[in-house]
Design a protein around this ligand. Structure first.
Ligand SMILES: Nc1ncnc2c1ncn2[C@@H]1O[C@H](COP(=O)(O)OP(=O)(O)OP(=O)(O)O)[C@@H](O)[C@H]1O
Length: 219
């Protein structure tokens, strides 16, 4: 797995600067946290990395993954894993089918079954394979969403406040689970959060993004 680099990223909308000259390097297996108040542009930065940012934003600078400029790849070819506040599981598919959905095409049925079953066991979801995702608890949904994302073999992981809807008791457990898997898979990981406890628990550098502008790598 290669590093993700954000190099001199500036994002503007109209006459507002959302992010100015942001440079961050995320080695494989490291979690960098982007922190900042609401409206400072954190989700906008993630959208730009994914290639889903509206064209009315003006962007300069580069995002590289394993040395390759992501701008050269169509959004659907970037192979990025993303987790949102809501665990976005397909409601019409079972838990098993949700996980299998992430798998790369071209693998045998036997291998599919093996990978999904191993992921279900890893996330302590075995026994829930046939369930409708709506019947899962918040923690089970979060673990299922992570497993589906990892089964797709992403080259980097983007986390957009994925713990903010979880209650305090569950939150610490789930974030350790997500961070441990990100490190184990050697994924460069970018976490967006308001919560200093999330950032501290990620254990990597914290980048502060301020409203209307400046960003700097702190540690
Ligand atoms: N289409 C748009 N036109 C104009 N301004 C926009 C547009 N989309 C977003 N913005 C502005 O860009 C700013 C950054 O939004 P963004 O959602 O990236 O912030 P954020 O730091 O992720 O906030 P939050 O923590 O609340 O999710 C906001 O002030 C928002 O109002």
């Amino acid at each position: 797995m290669g590093a993700m680099e954000i190099a001199g990223l500036t994002v503007r909308i109209g006459n507002r600067v959302l992010c100015e000259n942001l440079s961050v390097s995320i080695p494989p297996g490291e979690i960098v946290t982007l922190m900042g108040p609401s409206g400072s542009g954190k989700s906008t930065i993630l959208s730009h990395i994914c290639g889903t940012l509206d064209r009315q934003f003006e962007v300069s600078g580069a995002i590289r993954l394993a040395g390759m400029d992501l701008a050269a790849l169509r959004p659907e070819d970037r192979k990025l894993g993303i987790l949102f506040q809501e665990a976005l599981l397909f409601p019409h598919l079972s838990v098993w089918e949700n996980l299998a959905f992430g798998l790369p095409s071209g693998i045998s049925r036997k291998e599919r079954r093996h990978r999904v079953e191993a992921a279900l066991a890893d996330a302590e979801l075995d026994g829930l394979a046939d369930r409708d995702p709506a019947t899962l608890s918040g923690g089970q949904k979060a673990r299922a969403a992570l497993m589906r994302t990892l089964l797709a073999e992403p080259r980097a992981l983007l986390l957009d406040e994925p713990f903010s809807r979880l209650d305090a008791a569950l939150r610490d457990k789930i974030r350790q689970f997500v961070f441990d898997h990100a490190r184990k898979a050697r994924l460069p990981t970018l976490l967006v959060t308001h919560d200093i406890a999330d950032a501290q628990s990620a254990g990597g550098p914290i980048v502060e993004v301020e409203v209307a502008g400046q960003a700097s790598q702190q540690s």
